[in-house]
Design a protein around this ligand. Structure first.
Ligand SMILES: [Zn+2]
Length: 140
């Protein structure tokens, strides 16, 4: 990963309210520091300009890897992944009624849920606990 200054990292944390740009987990409940993620991977020409950077939890970043697109499981069409800088989370995803599962509302949302494993089984128990204590889903 290329160098990101402390000041830039802080701006990114603030911009994304210290939540993962993809799964919306809050840093305060996840015991591994969130990472600055290149939306367009460096290996595919992405740079450290602020508009190419977002905040990501380890799991989302690991599953995203160098992907910029994935197949929409509903249509099998290759679809760009969600871009947290140019797109709004709520336009592409919603929480299931109990607030535990992320539902893709669009091709972008569905391909991203699938590619980044946003409903991986290891994510579900923590979310259930966050819901139970009134800390999830995040508001605003
Ligand atoms: Zn995440």
């Amino acid at each position: 990963m290329t160098y990101v200054s402390k000041a830039l990292r802080e701006r990114i944390q603030q911009h994304f309210k210290n939540r993962c740009s993809y799964c919306q987990s809050s840093q305060q409940f996840v015991p591994i520091a969130f990472e600055v993620e290149h939306i367009q991977p460096v290996a595919k020409g992405g740079t450290n300009v602020e508009d190419n950077l977002c905040l990501s939890c380890r799991m989302c970043n690991a599953y995203k890897g160098m992907q910029i697109e994935a197949r929409d499981p509903a249509t099998n069409h290759l679809t760009p992944l969600f871009n947290p800088r140019t797109q709004k989370w709520d336009d592409h995803f919603e929480w299931s009624s109990e607030g535990v599962m992320i539902v893709g509302k669009t091709p972008v949302g569905r391909s991203t849920v699938d590619a980044l494993q946003l409903n991986h089984y290891l994510r579900l128990e923590p979310r259930k606990l966050w819901v139970k204590v009134g800390k999830h889903p995040p508001q605003g």
